[in-house]
Design a protein around this ligand. Sequence first.
Ligand SMILES: NC(=O)c1ccc[n+]([C@@H]2O[C@H](COP(=O)([O-])OP(=O)(O)OC[C@H]3O[C@@H](n4cnc5c(N)ncnc54)[C@H](OP(=O)(O)O)[C@@H]3O)[C@@H](O)[C@H]2O)c1
Length: 307
Amino acid sequence: MELATVKAQNGKISFPYIPVAVFIGGTSGIGRATAEALARYTNGNTNIIIVGRNRAAADSIIASFPRPSFPSVKHEFIQCDVTLLKNVRQTTNEILSRHSKINLLVISTGEMELFNREITEDGLDRIVVLAYYSRWKFIHGLMPALAKAKEANEDAKVLSVASAGLGGKVDLEDLELKKVSLIPFLRSISTYNDLMVEGFALHFPSITFIHCSPGRVRTPLGSNSSSILFRTLSFLINSPFSPWYYYSLAPEDAGEYQLYGILYTASAPGAWRITQDGSDLGKKGYNGDENARDVLWRYTLEVTSTK
Ligand SMILES: NC(=O)c1ccc[n+]([C@@H]2O[C@H](COP(=O)([O-])OP(=O)(O)OC[C@H]3O[C@@H](n4cnc5c(N)ncnc54)[C@H](OP(=O)(O)O)[C@@H]3O)[C@@H](O)[C@H]2O)c1
């Protein structure tokens, strides 16, 4: 999809209501750029809630949004470290206390700590919490507000920014991903996101759930890593003197593509997978099945509901 086409289409965004959009991981990178594009195209007239740890970043992003013309419209930040599921529960309740409906929920939390794996207080792998459990728990907890938007005939859409199309088979005997080596581990997380959107689409059929692959995007993800390897790779991707630079996207372009994907490509309720340019990925690189979807759903409900 041509970027110019995507931008032209995004420029036509017009909601017949004031939307509410939540960006979990909206303080940086792809989430930030998608929030900025939405704020710009709606002239600031979207209620936007940014969730993350970095208050200073959120304040400066919010200050850069166009000032809304309706006094009731708010641009807010909620500080939350999503690696602890009790924080996810608390933030979900906070969001629900402020907004009874949600039209768009975009989740793009992540860090590049593949060689520095930690187990959280909840006894879960921190990477999997960021890429899967916390996302699942936010979506599940915020479902009443998404359903309320749908009941009012408004958009109700969820986007999980992860790695659609790069999935591998899930080992149903090792759902905690304790036994797998790094590559199958990463491929399992991709499939978990596929199965997550499919599971939610099955249980909440009026709502739209999307798993996207943003491609290689020039964000601080790698440069914030404790690993010298990822910091070096990130430097190479982010340097305009490197050939890799030309095979990567600027965050603002990724934001345009993802906004297009959520608003236009995912045009009906159900489970979707979209590409880095916001088009439909279909079942390319898909490694799930109905049994894995249902087993993972039950397992995740059990893990997340007790924390
Ligand atoms: N960039 C790429 O090339 C690329 C490629 C494929 C997939 N992805 C995936 O896309 C997603 C977004 O990546 P990005 O490039 O936009 O990264 P980024 O610029 O580093 O943004 C990551 C976001 O996650 C939030 N976050 C990280 N840890 C958190 C925590 N413990 N609690 C709350 N929020 C947390 C950060 O907010 P705070 O710092 O404020 O907490 C930030 O807003 C990630 O899942 C990444 O794996 C990225």
